[in-house]
Design a binder for this molecule. Sequence first.
Ligand code: GDP
Ligand code: GDP
Length: 436
Amino acid sequence: MAYPLVAIVGRPNVGKSTIFNRVVGDRISIVEDTPGVTRDRIYARGEWLGREFRLIDTGGIDIDDQPFMKQITEQAEIAIDEADVIIFMVSALEGLTDADERVAKILYKADKPVILAVNKVDNVEKRAEIFDFYALGFGEPFPISGAHGIGLGDMLDEVIKSFPEDTGDDDEDKIKFSFIGRPNVGKSSLVNALLGEERVIVSPIEGTTRDAIDTKFTDEDGDEFVMIDTAGIRKRGKVYENTEKYSVMRAMRAIDDSNVILMVLDAETGIRDQDKHVAGYAHEAGRAIILVVNKWDTLEKDNHTMQEFEEHIRNEFKYLDYAPIVFVSAKTHQRLDKLPALIKAVNENHKKRISSSTLNEVLLDAIATTPTPTVHGKRLRIYYGTQVAIQPPTFVIFVNDPEMMHFSYQRFLENQIRNAFDFTGTPVHLIIRERK
Ligand code: GDP
Ligand code: GDP
């Protein structure tokens, strides 16, 4: 599931975000696109020739109050730290600049493939100008034009060729999860507290997944977990680690690598926009989700506190009504012992399979209690349903006319399915198709 990560670096104005948008939204199909993220698209999934990958635009990660050269240095370092393949972008229109050379100098240190792309080669005459860029020392430059969509295919072919060999990791039956949340909600404290629980046995990570920070452990039942790292956990003291965009990017990356997301909220400071942004991505990505309210020790509580907090969360995260909420404290370890079992339960639900016969009994009952809608005297007919995928559970429902499936009736069917089977913690996708 860990798709290779491609980073675009280069000084401002060479056309990084133009290329990012083209690669993600145009030339190749969009695998995932989230409304909240389009505002500042720095991270997205894409595919080229059937190979899926993730793309980051390091130019979108601005480091507050840093001078220009420091900014581009930091961005190049992010690319080196995060990416499997780096696209180093320069511009034929402005030619070779000091800033390009500065970026090149940082990238020499990269132990990763670097592909040099010369953008703004809008026509054949301009092609002659790419030769200056051989001086950067990254081999043959790829002429491209973001404005005209020229050359991107050849560049992407090279990107794909440079992907690391698939090591076919054996983590498939392990439960992959991560703590996600904005800085200071207590992710590292939760990780340490969870790993410090007596019933948890941490094993040194074998193999060489790129993130050596991932931690494997076994619970008292012998079930194996892999905890995927996020920004808040590594704390290596780099300047960029504290920027919001970087932490969002790291969170999205960890979400892509995990099956179960523990979305950490802070009882003390409450819910912020960044929490919603990241939770929205996890939801759209179809991951299983648990809402973990940390720092529960900091509140003066009475009989209603938990219920009120829960209502507040449900109100703020309406689309996450399937996610269980757990109130914990990394400080006092309150309820931390509940987490492994809860993670396992939602993980099971996330990969649950329902037989077609059972599913169709539920659909028939649903139609019997609440008849399908009619439009202009014509009635929506539901013929049958079948599960086509897991993680998340995805059902295709065959009908006479998909246009007639109202949102509210679809919601009703989803609820009936949820009432019949335990899908706590996982999104459930319904696809409405016309029966041929
Ligand atoms: P970034 O700062 O590197 O992300 O650069 P942008 O993508 O914001 O692009 C900077 C400017 O270059 C914008 O005005 C773009 O319209 C322009 N631009 C991007 N690609 C091309 C191209 O292929 N040809 C030309 N002529 N202009 C381009
Ligand atoms: P991260 O940035 O999300 O990894 O957050 P940290 O784990 O570094 O925690 C941020 C701050 O919150 C630290 O000062 C922690 O000691 C504190 N903290 C974390 N969990 C709790 C908790 O459950 N209760 C209290 N009172 N403080 C906590």
